[in-house]
Design a protein around this ligand. Structure first.
Ligand code: SF4
Ligand code: ZN
Ligand code: ZN
Length: 298
C-alpha cells in the first residue's frame, strides 16, 4: 500500500506523472494549489474579478467551480439548457446541487425559450451538431457574462482536451488555431476574458477531485458526442502517456513556453468588429448566430 507523502497515511491515490501519493485531504490541497498556481502563472484574474464558470454538469467544470470557490474567488455558475432531454435535465440538476452546497448562484439559460433548440437548428443547418452547438454556446456565454456583469469566463477544459486539440492542429499545421491556443484569451472588441484554469490538470485528476469531494456529476456523455474525432485522439495520447508518463504535460507546457511566443510575432489584428445585426463581435459582417436566426426564419 502506498502512503501519502505528506502525512504517511495509507492511500490509493497516486498521480504517475508527478510521482505523487496523497491521502484524500492532501490531494484536495495539492489540486487546489495546482489550480491557483496556474491562475497566477498565466495572470488569469485577480481577487477583484467576478468570474462566471461555464458549467456543463460534467466532472471538469464542476471540479473547477468547486476549486475556485474553495480558493476564495467570487465565482458563479452558468449553464445553458440545450434541450437534450434527460442529459440536459441531469446536467442542470447536478449543477444546481453544487450551487446550493457552495452557496453561489447558478444562472440557467433556456436556449429553446430564448433562441432555438439545437435540434431545431440542426434541421436547417447542415453543419455537424457539435459545430452548431459550440457556436451557439460561445455566443451566449459571452453575451450573458457581459449582461450579468462578469469580467471573466472560466471553462473546464483540461490538459487532455488541450493536448488533443494541440495534436490535431499540429498534425495539420493549422497555424491560425495554434496561434490562439493559450489558456487566456484577452478581453476586448466585445469579448470578455476567457480562461482555462484546469489546462494543467488531467481528466483523471479532475475525476479524483470530484470523487474525493463527493460532488455529484453527469457520468455519461452528451448523446451527440458519439464519433467525435477528439475521442480517438485522446485514446492515442493516453497510450503514449501510459508508456511514458509526463508526455501530455510536456507536450503542452513546452508548446506554450517555446512555440506559442514565436507564433505571436508579426500577428495583425484579427479584424473583429460588431455584427451588423446584433452588435456582438464577429470577424464577418453578420455573426454566426444571426446567420442561424436568418436561416431559421427562412
Ligand atoms: Fe454540444 Fe453535445 Fe456536441 Fe458537446 S458533444 S458540443 S454538448 S452537441
Ligand atoms: Zn496526507
Ligand atoms: Zn449577430
Amino acid at each position: 500500500m502506498r502512503r501519502c507523502i505528506k502525512c504517511k497515511t495509507p492511500t490509493g491515490i497516486f498521480i504517475p506523472h508527478h510521482k505523487l501519493s496523497l491521502c484524500k485531504e492532501h490531494y484536495v490541497e495539492w489540486y487546489q494549489q495546482r489550480v491557483e498556481t496556474t491562475i497566477r502563472k498565466f495572470r488569469m484574474f485577480t481577487r477583484d474579478d467576478r468570474i462566471l464558470v461555464a458549467v456543463s454538469g460534467g466532472k471538469d467544470s464542476l471540479a473547477l467551480w468547486h476549486a475556485l470557490v474553495s480558493l476564495g474567488y467570487e465565482a458563479d455558475g452558468f449553464i445553458i439548457d440545450l434541450g437534450f432531454g434527460q442529459f440536459s435535465e441531469d446536467s442542470i440538476h447536478v449543477s444546481q446541487k453544487l450551487a446550493s452546497s457552495l452557496g453561489r448562484p447558478l444562472h440557467v439559460m433556456d436556449l429553446n425559450k430564448e433562441f432555438y433548440s439545437i435540434n431545431e437548428i440542426k434541421k436547417k443547418d447542415r453543419r455537424p451538431i457539435c459545430s452548431i452547438c459550440g457556436t451557439v454556446k460561445r455566443y451566449f456565454i459571452n453575451l450573458y457574462a457581459k449582461k450579468l456583469g462578469y469580467q471573466v469566463v472560466a471553462t473546464g477544459h483540461n490538459l487532455d482536451d488541450e493536448v488533443a486539440v494541440l495534436l490535431v492542429n499540429t498534425l495539420s499545421w493549422n497555424v491560425e488555431y495554434l496561434r490562439r491556443q493559450y489558456p487566456v484569451l484577452k478581453e476586448g472588441n466585445g469579448f470578455v476574458r476567457k480562461i482555462k484554469p484546469l489546462c494543467k490538470t488531467t481528466e483523471m485528476e479532475n475525476r479524483t477531485y470530484v470523487e474525493v469531494n463527493e460532488i455529484e456529476f453527469v457520468e455519461y456523455r452528451c448523446p451527440y458526442s458519439k464519433g467525435a474525432t477528439s475521442i480517438e485522439y485522446k485514446k492515442f495520447i493516453e497510450d503514449l502517456e501510459n508508456t511514458s508518463p509526463g508526455t501530455k504535460l510536456r507536450f503542452y507546457s513546452e508548446f506554450l513556453r517555446k512555440v506559442y511566443p514565436l507564433l505571436q510575432k508579426g500577428v495583425e489584428d484579427q479584424g473583429v468588429k460588431p455584427c451588423k445585426v446584433c452588435g456582438e463581435p464577429t470577424s464577418g459582417e453578420v455573426c454566426a448566430v444571426c446567420l442561424i436566426k436568418q436561416k431559421m426564419s427562412g
